[in-house]
Design a protein around this ligand. Structure first.
Ligand SMILES: [Zn+2]
Length: 383
């Protein structure tokens, strides 16, 4: 594998921004970070002051460019992976929908097989299982007829189908009062994300006490804040043990609500997700998500009854949206790279530009559009 030397960039490391800095990549890893690096036989790329940031990690993404994780085909995941890389994503968790258990099993088997085969764009880290153990009251665009009570045996079937390659599963915590399900899942090394829930503040907090560590798309699919019943949202606001996912498209939440969340939770506890569906990367029109018809108009994806149904967001756009609110790029990068890596337990190898980590790197132009994407030391995309 060839050696790559990125020169004269604005390097966003964990601790600081290194201006006029170089990054040496070899064997798919970041080997050196510094100034005036030289090495023989390396391919040198002069970045002339462009921003060099860690690759984005989209932990909650259903699909794009006409494909969906539930298609359960290699073609679908590979095309999604290539599409994501164009938007600066270097790793992702294909996300299943609340459908028949047999369909979820098929999708999980395909994720595992696709991981073995390898994809041409962003890396697949493992599955994110959205449902079926959620609440009917806050189901969002998940089909009610497939919603089930938490069931350890069914979870075990999921886990076996994916051969352990599940990173996160969603749960409505009010359905697991004893914490039996949460503890079972965590023991297998899978993170529990609380959402699509009608939990009270107390029920949500209890879920976190049992070990859940992520809140699903904060604000959406959960009880909002009231000063006499702080709701699930109150728990997300208050508890540092839980990361809050955020779909920052200014459709799923108002810019002021985004600012509020940043102020309350801080930049170390927010994870930008796309929650994108098949229409992402294509135009307006009629699509499907989890077996239901979705109408996309002006980039907004909705079911026939008007319920928001995933998004057409990409993480480069989410990053631009967040910074448009006055949040620094240094902090925004944490939300799109470092925090998701920490939340799903891959920060030892991913999520920051550090020596010894996988060379998953995005080069941004001054307008924060993606100029180049490098996955495992290989240039996958150039503008
Ligand atoms: Zn989703």
């Amino acid at each position: 594998m060839r050696t790559l030397l990125l020169k004269h960039g604005e390097i966003y490391t964990e601790a600081e921004i290194l201006y006029g800095g170089d990054v040496l990549i070899s064997e798919g890893e970041i080997r050196k970070i510094g100034k005036d690096l030289t090495v023989e036989n390396a391919e040198v790329i002069d970045l002339k002051g462009k921003k060099v940031v860690p690759g984005f990690i989209d932990i909650h993404i259903h699909g794009g460019v006409g494909y969906d994780t539930m298609d359960a085909t290699y073609e679908a995941l590979n095309n999604i992976s290539v599409h994501l890389a164009k938007h600066g994503v270097t790793s992702f968790c294909p996300t299943t929908m609340t459908m028949d258990v047999s369909d979820i099993l098929k999708a999980l088997r395909n994720i595992k097989e696709t991981m073995e085969k390898g994809v041409k764009g962003a890396n697949i880290l493992g599955a994110y299982v959205e449902g079926p153990f959620i609440s009917k009251e806050h189901k969002g665009a998940q089909d009610e007829k497939y919603i089930l009570e938490p069931n350890k045996e069914i979870f075990d079937q999921f886990y076996e189908a994916a051969e352990g390659n599940i990173k996160v599963i969603i749960l409505a915590p009010e359905k697991d009062p004893s914490g039996d399900f949460i503890k079972h899942v965590i023991k297998k090394g899978v993170k529990v994300s609380l959402g699509h829930t009608s939990a009270s503040y107390e029920e949500m907090k209890r879920g976190v006490d049992y070990g859940a560590t992520i809140a699903v798309h904060t604000y959406n699919g959960m009880k909002g804040f009231h000063h006499r019943e702080p709701g699930a949202l109150g728990e997300v606001f208050l508890d540092d043990r839980i990361y809050g996912e955020l779909i920052c498209d200014f459709i799923h939440s108002h810019p002021a609500a985004v600012k509020l969340l940043v102020k309350i939770k801080g930049v170390d506890k927010i994870i930008l997700i796309s929650d994108a569906m098949a229409a992402c990367g294509l135009g307006d029109g009629e699509y499907s998500l989890g077996g239901q018809k979705v109408y996309v108009k002006n980039g907004e994806a909705r079911l026939e009854n008007g319920t928001l149904a995933g998004s057409t967001l990409t993480l480069d756009k989410a990053l631009q949206n967040v910074t448009s609110l006055g949040i620094s790029l240094f902090d925004a990068v944490k939300m799109v790279s470092e925090n998701p890596a920490k939340a799903i337990g891959v920060f030892d190898k991913k999520g920051s530009i550090s020596i010894g980590k996988d060379a998953d790197i995005v080069v941004l132009d001054s307008d924060l559009s993606v100029n180049m994407t490098i996955v495992n030391g290989k240039i996958i995309y150039t503008k």
